[in-house]
Design a protein around this ligand. Structure first.
Ligand code: PGA
Length: 249
C-alpha cells in the first residue's frame, strides 16, 4: 500500500516569505520517483498560498488542528469545512502539544466526528509520556486513548482515519523510539482496532510513526507493513531532509 509521509511544521516558519520558499523547494523536489503520498501541514495562515503553489503537484495539504464544529460564534477557530474549501485533505488532531494545553480524548473524539463529516481525513495522534512509559503504562494508556477517541465511530469511518503513534518522550528530542518497541505498540493498536471495528479494518487502517524521525532512522519504520508512513516534525522543516525521507518509500 502507498505510504504517507506527513510534514508537521508546527508553529514555523515565522514569515510568509520563508514559507513560500519552502513550498517552492518542496514542489520542485517532489515527484521524482517516490511512491509515497507527501502531505504538508503548515500553519493555517500559509495554507492558501500553499494551495496555489502546489496546484497541479502531487503534494497534499493538511491543517494542524481544527474547530469542534462548523462555522459560527467561535472566536479564533478554523473549521474543517474552511480547510476543505482551501484544498486541504487532512487534519492532524490530538497532537500531544495540543493535549498539553487541555485537549483530551473526549474533545478529540468530537473533532474526529466533525472532520469526517466535513469530508477530510483526520490524522489522530496517540502516545504515552515518559513517566507513563517508565511506569509500564504504555499499553494501558494507548488502549484508553484508542477506545476513547474512537468512541461511537462506525467501523467504516474508523477505516477512513489515520492514526499516528507518537510517543511523547520521543518527540522533538532527538531520541526516537526503538523500532521494535514502536512495532510492538503498533501491533497492539491494530489489535484494539480489530476489537472496536473488525480484523479487516485493523489490518488496513493507516498507522503512522512519529517522534524524532529523520532520514537516518526513517527506514526502520518504513520497511515494515505495520506502519503506513511517518509523521515528521523538526526534520520536515529542512526541505532536503524531508524530501530524502519521502524518497525512501
Ligand atoms: P519531531 O515531531 O519529528 O520533531 O519529533 C513530531 C511531531 O511532533 O509530530
Amino acid at each position: 500500500m502507498k505510504k504517507i509521509i506527513v510534514a508537521n511544521w508546527k508553529c514555523n516558519p515565522q514569515t510568509l516569505r520563508e514559507a513560500q520558499k519552502m513550498f517552492l523547494e518542496l514542489k520542485q523536489g517532489i515527484g521524482r520517483g517516490e511512491k509515497a503520498e507527501a502531505v504538508v501541514c503548515p500553519p493555517f495562515v500559509y495554507l492558501a498560498r500553499a494551495a496555489e503553489i502546489f496546484k497541479g503537484s502531487k503534494i497534499k495539504l493538511g491543517g494542524q488542528n481544527c474547530a469542534l464544529t462548523e462555522g459560527g460564534p467561535y472566536t479564533g477557530e478554523i473549521s474543517a469545512v474552511m480547510l476543505k474549501n482551501l484544498g486541504a485533505k487532512y487534519v492532524i488532531l490530538g497532537h500531544s502539544e495540543r493535549r498539553a494545553i487541555g485537549e483530551d480524548n473526549v474533545l478529540i473524539n468530537q473533532k474526529i466526528k466533525n472532520v469526517l463529516k466535513g469530508g477530510l481525513t483526520p490524522i489522530v495522534c496517540l502516545g504515552e509520556t515518559a513517566q507513563q512509559k517508565q511506569n509500564n503504562e504504555t499499553f494501558l494508556i494507548l488502549e484508553q486513548q484508542v477506545r476513547e477517541v474512537l468512541q461511537k465511530i462506525t467501523s467504516t469511518q474508523v477505516g477512513k482515519i489515520i492514526l499516528a503513534y507518537e510517543p511523547i518522550w520521543a518527540i522533538g528530542g532527538g531520541q526516537s523510539c526503538p523500532a521494535d518497541f514502536a512495532l510492538t505498540v503498533a501491533l497492539f493498536i491494530r489489535k484494539i482496532i480489530s476489537q472496536i471495528a473488525n480484523p479487516t479494518i485493523a489490518r488496513r487502517v493507516s498507522l503512522l510513526y512519529g517522534g524524532s524521525v529523520d532520514s537516518a532512522n526513517a527506514e526502520d519504520y518504513l520497511k515494515t507493513e505495520i506502519f503506513s508512513g511517518l509523521l515528521v516534525g523538526g526534520a520536515s522543516l529542512k526541505i532536503k531532509e524531508f524530501l530524502k525521507i519521502a524518497s525512501l518509500t
